[in-house]
Structure formats: structure tokens, C-alpha cells
Design a protein around this ligand. Structure first.
Ligand SMILES: [Zn+2]
Length: 258
């Protein structure tokens, strides 16, 4: 991990309430402070995930998004306010996160992630959060993570439902093992309740902190968590490597970086 992000002493006052959790403590906090996390998508999932990771003292965040704020974003994208409509999301996110915790380094990339630019954006990240809203970008991010051996924490939301999965190449199956190969014909943006984005984005932050700090087991490692906020229940199912998966099967042309 990038030890260079963190210089000086851990702020005991700022992190007081988390440092006393059994298994956390200053060693785990130092690991968190030495970590760099990529956040692909600064929307409904990326907003709570980035806010909690900055608040918890992750050393560096790299925020990527290609959009400006639209008024229809504001039912769930809690990084932004009504006065922000029309402005670039990553600039606003950077300012808000720096204000929340000046100890955290916040970098931004305003633009669409592509095969040609993704290496330069996420190269030094220890973990990347998939907070995206389309299959094509997810598949591309998955291929990149598999090729470079970077852990990828996926979340998805629709209506009152969500899913979460931590992929750790080459030990777990990859995202392409269970995501469909092509998107169904779109009939406008998917409906979603704001707090459902809040729950799943917050779950990404919890998993990320446990994983980076080596604080506690990560229940979503290789297991797909299915969150149902109608019945208020959660299930987890192990993911199997799909035979002939174009990304992670032994005969694929993409070799993991590990
Ligand atoms: Zn796969």
C-alpha cells in the first residue's frame, strides 16, 4: 500500500469512536490511512461511499465521473445540493470531501472511463469501488481489475433492491461470471429509492474499511449479497467461476497481475 499518503500522527480525536472497536485500533487506522481507493461513479452509491471513506480517514480517494449534477440526481446523490445543478460532479465532490476531512487526499477525474485512460487513473489504487450505473463500464472496470490484480467492490441498485460483491483476483470469480453479457433494452434510467442507494453505498464503505484495515472478515468476498429492502432481509450466495468466462477462466487471454 502507498505508505507515502500518510504523514504524521493519527488524529486520535477525529477517529476516537472507531479506534475503540475491537480489532480496529491504531494499527488498522494506519493501514487505512496508507490506502488509496478508486471510486468509479460519484452518484447514488459513490456519494455515501466516498463520504464515509473520507470521514474514516482513508489516505487517498480517486473520484471518477463524467456527469454534471442534474436535479433528478438529488433524491439520492447526497454529495450535492440544489445550488450545484449544472456543475461538474467530481469538482464538487472533491471540495465537499476535503471539507469533511482535510487529512484525506482527494483526486478527481472528470470524464468517462475507457480502456485507454483507466490505467493512468487507478494505477496506484489498493481497491476500486464499482459505483457505476451501466454494464459496459462495469465490464471494462472488471477486465481492468482482473488484468492488474486489483480488488473490486461491486454494488448495484434498483427500486428497493441492491447487491454487493467483493472480487479479489485471482482468488474469487470475477464480475463477468454473473453479470449479463449485454444490457436489456433501456426504457429510461432505472427507478431507485434514495435511501436504497444510501444503504448499498454505505455497505461498500464498511466492506472497504474492514478489507483495507484488515479489521474483520469481509462477508461479500466471492459471495453475492442480495439486499431486499421491501422485506428488510439479506441473503448471500457464493459465486462460481463461469465455465468459459471471457475474463477469468483459465483459457481467457487476460492474465491477472498477481
Ligand atoms: Zn469471470
Amino acid at each position: 500500500m502507498g505508505e507515502h499518503y500518510y504523514q504524521g500522527n493519527i488524529s486520535k480525536e477525529r477517529y476516537d469512536r472507531q479506534l475503540s472497536i475491537p480489532g480496529w485500533g491504531s494499527e488498522a487506522q494506519r493501514r487505512i490511512a496508507a490506502s488509496r481507493v478508486g471510486i468509479a461513479g460519484a452518484g447514488g452509491l459513490g456519494s455515501p461511499a466516498a463520504l464515509y471513506l473520507a470521514a474514516a480517514g482513508v489516505g487517498a480517494l480517486v473520484i471518477c465521473d463524467s456527469h454534471t449534477v442534474d436535479i433528478s440526481n438529488l433524491n439520492r446523490q447526497i454529495l450535492y445540493s440544489s445550488a450545484d445543478v449544472g456543475m461538474e460532479k467530481t469538482g464538487l465532490a472533491q471540495e465537499r470531501l476535503r471539507g469533511l476531512n482535510p487529512e484525506v487526499e482527494v483526486e478527481r477525474f472528470q470524464g468517462r472511463l475507457k480502456d485507454e485512460n483507466i490505467d493512468g487513473i487507478f494505477a496506484d489504487c489498493d481497491l476500486i469501488l464499482d459505483c457505476l450505473d451501466n454494464l459496459e463500464s462495469r465490464q471494462m472496470l472488471n477486465r481492468y481489475c482482473w488484468r492488474t490484480g486489483k480488488p473490486l467492490l461491486h454494488a448495484g441498485i434498483r427500486e428497493f433492491y441492491g447487491e454487493l460483491l467483493l472480487v479479489d483476483p485471482p482468488d474469487t470469480p470475477c464480475l463477468a461470471c454473473f453479470l449479463p453479457e449485454s444490457e436489456k433494452k433501456k426504457e429510461g434510467p432505472p427507478p431507485v429509492s434514495g435511501p436504497v442507494a444510501g444503504v448499498l453505498g454505505s455497505m461498500q464503505a464498511v466492506e472497504a474499511l474492514k478489507f483495507l484495515g484488515k479489521i474483520a472478515p469481509t462477508g461479500s468476498m466471492g459471495r453475492l449479497l442480495l439486499v431486499d429492502l421491501v422485506s428488510m432481509s439479506m441473503d448471500s450466495v457464493p459465486i462460481s467461476r463461469r465455465h468459459g468466462c471471457p475474463v477469468c477462466s483459465p483459457d481467457s487471454h487476460i492474465n491477472t497481475g498477481d
